[in-house]
Design a protein around this ligand. Structure first.
Ligand SMILES: Cc1cc2nc3c(=O)[nH]c(=O)nc-3n(C[C@H](O)[C@H](O)[C@H](O)COP(=O)(O)O)c2cc1C
Length: 193
């Protein structure tokens, strides 16, 4: 049997979804790379994002109470990385993307992203180095060409992921199974619930 190795007390989920956070900073659209995001609640749809207070986006969310999360495709790797390197404190990132607005006035949406979601701030929790902002989804935007049977299709959307701490971006590979389905083969008797 192979030996299990303890690699320390600092680890990351493998992989992390790579997104772009959109906010309105002093009246202008601002964007930053955001990988620390997760769905938190089913009904209503709520998601949590972890933002470092040093980022200008942090102040923008506090001031406006709104933000967007945009899922870029593999053609947007460099632009996504760039908004993770440059800060809105010193750099005007407002004209980098083709921006549109949905229902909220302070949640700029990126038109070239296969999926864009706009949120109102529902709650927040200040942790030692990051703030967990909890957003409630107001609307999610896509295009017909990204849909299969009404769902955003990962093959058509071509998102990419991030691994840390080696800091590499990855395209998504092939489908390996079906959720809430493949496990049924292991049921010996009645439902395990
Ligand atoms: C790949 C990548 C992922 C990142 N993910 C996050 C994140 O989840 N949370 C965060 O606070 N900063 C994250 N950052 C750092 C911010 O994107 C970066 O500090 C950015 O310049 C902040 O821009 P702003 O000051 O205009 O808000 C990430 C950076 C990169 C390159």
């Amino acid at each position: 049997m192979s030996e299990r190795i303890n690699i320390g007390n600092n680890a990351f989920i493998l992989p992390e979804p790579q997104t772009i956070l959109g906010t309105m900073l002093d009246g202008k659209a601002n964007f930053m790379a955001l990988a620390w995001i997760t769905r938190l609640n089913y009904e209503p749809c709520m998601m949590g994002i972890a933002v470092n207070p040093r980022n200008a986006s942090h102040r923008a969310i506090r001031e406006t109470g709104q933000f967007s999360v945009n899922v870029p495709d593999v053609d947007m790797v460099a632009a996504t990385d760039y908004v993770g390197l440059a800060s809105g404190k010193r750099t005007d990132k407002s004209s980098l993307f083709d921006v549109h607005f949905g229902k909220l006035e302070s949640a700029p949406l990126i038109r070239t992203c296969p999926l864009s979601m706009e949120f109102t701030l529902a709650d927040s929790l200040d942790l030692p180095t990051n703030t967990l902002f909890i957003g409630e989804l107001v609307a999610a935007w896509t295009e017909e060409r990204y849909l299969t049977d009404g769902c955003v299709d990962i093959v058509k959307a071509r998102p990419f992921t991030l691994t840390m701490p080696d800091n590499r971006y990855w395209a998504v590979g092939e489908q390996v199974g079906r959720a809430w389905h493949d496990g049924k083969a292991l049921h010996t008797g009645k439902s395990g619930k």
